[in-house]
Design a protein around this ligand. Structure first.
Ligand code: FE2
Ligand code: FE2
Length: 272
């Protein structure tokens, strides 16, 4: 079957379960003094603990109804995401200890999380597979272009690289689960569903990250046109990570899209 052939193309999902330094004494703008680059990472890190728990639950829901090979991938996916949740929660606690108040950011994530959790299991899986694609694209850029992380302290770089490697390794799991559970759907129904969930997930993720960055900027005493112009240039100008993610984002809308059509497993070898 189609999904099984494609699942075989993914690399082994290795659960590394790393622990990172809990007391790094991070500078407030640890990305070489740049509040924009720092808050971009912090805005994502704030979303991960709840976000990845949602990913775990929405994929695990289908564990018993998929073929054995995919079941094993789901188990590894869950273990990887659980470790990411734990390490980002620990990282976020350090940001809080350093003076950032996470209340706004956490409330925002938890609102979106509870909206998605009220939906049907397949709709939750849909949001997860779309967000997993966005995460894998970000991970690809973090590993492929060293400029995105090189300003970070070594331990912060190590955490994001570890997370990025594992996101690439398991990038096909939610998608393959969806392809299996929707195997009786027409191609058009699947494509329409995939398109709808990606458009919604992208809009919500961008909004969440932007609002989180805004909260962090406000706590740093930064506001107004200047900081947002810098943010736009940082993310979408030459060398910007969002600009670089664009072609991969657009590939999602191809009728025969599969995460492993873009075989970037070689990026995982640094941590193998
Ligand atoms: Fe993750
Ligand atoms: Fe993931």
């Amino acid at each position: 079957m189609e999904h099984q052939v494609k699942a075989k193309r993914s690399p082994t999902i290795t659960v590394r379960d790393r622990l990172f330094d809990r007391e790094q004494g991070l500078k407030r703008w640890y990305m070489a003094g740049d509040p924009v680059a720092t808050s971009f990472l912090n805005a994502h890190s704030a979303i991960f603990p709840a976000g990845e728990k949602l990913f775990i639950d929405s994929v695990r829901h289908f564990h018993d109804s998929v073929p054995r090979q995919l079941q094993a991938q789901i188990v590894a996916f869950v273990r990887q995401e659980a470790a990411h949740t734990r390490e980002h929660a620990a990282f976020n606690a350090q940001l809080e200890a350093g003076g950032y108040d996470p209340a706004d950011l956490n409330a925002r994530t938890s609102r979106e999380d509870s909206l998605i959790r009220r939906r049907s299991p397949i709709a939750q899986l849909g949001s997860t597979m779309a967000l997993e694609h966005c995460t894998a694209l970000l991970a690809h850029q973090f590993l492929a272009d060293p400029r995105h992380l090189e300003a970070a302290p070594a331990e912060v770089q190590a955490m994001w690289r570890w997370h990025a490697v594992e996101e690439i390794e398991h990038k096909g799991v939610a998608f393959d689960t969806f392809m299996f559970v929707s195997r009786d759907w027409s191609r058009l129904r699947r494509w329409t569903f995939r398109t709808a969930v990606m458009l919604e997930a992208t809009w919500k993720l961008l909004k969440l990250v932007a609002l989180n960055m805004n909260s962090l900027f406000a706590q740093d005493g930064l506001s107004g046109f200047g900081v947002w112009t810098r943010t736009l240039r940082y993310l979408t100008g030459p060398g910007g990570v969002l600009l670089a993610m664009m072609p991969g984002w657009l590939r999602w809308f191809a009728a025969d899209f599969h995460p492993w059509n873009e075989d970037d497993h070689q990026l995982c070898e640094a941590l193998a």
